[in-house]
Design a protein around this ligand. Structure first.
Ligand SMILES: O=C(O)c1ccccc1NCC(=O)[C@H](O)[C@H](O)COP(=O)(O)O
Length: 217
């Protein structure tokens, strides 16, 4: 299980920065419209160069066969379903031996435990790890919008799920506050560690990891 995932890495320098900072996982984006999209061949090289880091492939409404093909070619540890994939697709991928992260896209308004449970529990029951992200509309993810951390914190206080991941609008300045208020034990970031869309900033990656770890210490 990873605690800190740096999503949307596209270059060897990004991976080195994540590794040097002490992150646990890199996210490779396989959604062609994203500014963070990477060809599977390039992703395979990045993953091979970072054996100490876990790797997660981000997919949006990709057919299950294609997800399996890319996961095998890139040697992904996780496949992250970030679109409108069905529970059946998730179950099929898990049955095929893949470790699945289900990105649950939640409204950025006030959240209740019942709202979160209704969306999350069916996926947790089939064995997917849950990532809570802000609903980025047509962009699906990487939107930089944040969630209601206090509402998530109330849900976290009563859920039996322990390994869920908080995402959505996190950055080096707010990740500590987000962890304390939401009670997240794992975090994920894309745009908050960039100097421009799709362009990672090593200093922001380092500060993000330091501040997340300080909040858990
Ligand atoms: O990052 C993207 O461009 C993206 C596009 C489509 C689907 C998912 C995407 N990112 C997945 C992630 O796990 C991001 O880290 C997550 O959405 C949070 O992004 P941000 O708010 O920018 O930190």
């Amino acid at each position: 299980m990873f605690r800190i995932k740096i999503c949307g890495v596209r270059a060897a320098e990004d991976v080195r920065a994540a590794e040097a900072a002490g992150a646990d996982c890199i996210g490779l984006n396989f959604y062609p419209p994203s500014v963070r999209y990477l060809q599977p061949e390039a992703a395979a090289q990045l993953v091979a160069a970072a054996p100490t880091l876990q790797s997660a492939g981000v997919f949006v409404n990709e057919p299950a066969d294609r997800i399996r093909e890319i996961a095998a070619a890139v040697k992904l540890d996780w496949v992250q379903l970030h679109g409108d994939e069905t529970l059946q697709t998730g179950s099929d991928l898990i049955a095929a031996g893949l470790s699945v992260i289900r990105a649950v896209r939640l409204p950025t308004t006030e959240l209740t435990a019942a709202t979160i449970d209704a969306i999350v529990l069916p996926w947790a029951e089939i064995g997917a790890r849950i990532l809570l992200d802000a609903d980025g509309g047509p962009q699906f993810g990487g939107s930089g919008q944040r969630l209601d951390w206090d509402g998530i914190g109330r849900w976290a206080a009563q859920t039996s799920l322990g390994d869920w991941i908080l995402a959505g609008g996190l950055n080096p300045d707010n990740v500590g506050d987000a962890i304390r208020r939401s009670r997240a034990a794992a975090v994920d970031v894309a745009s908050g560690t960039e100097s421009a869309p799709g362009q990672k900033d090593p200093a922001k990656i380092a500060a993000f990891v330091d501040n997340a770890k300080a909040a858990w210490a």
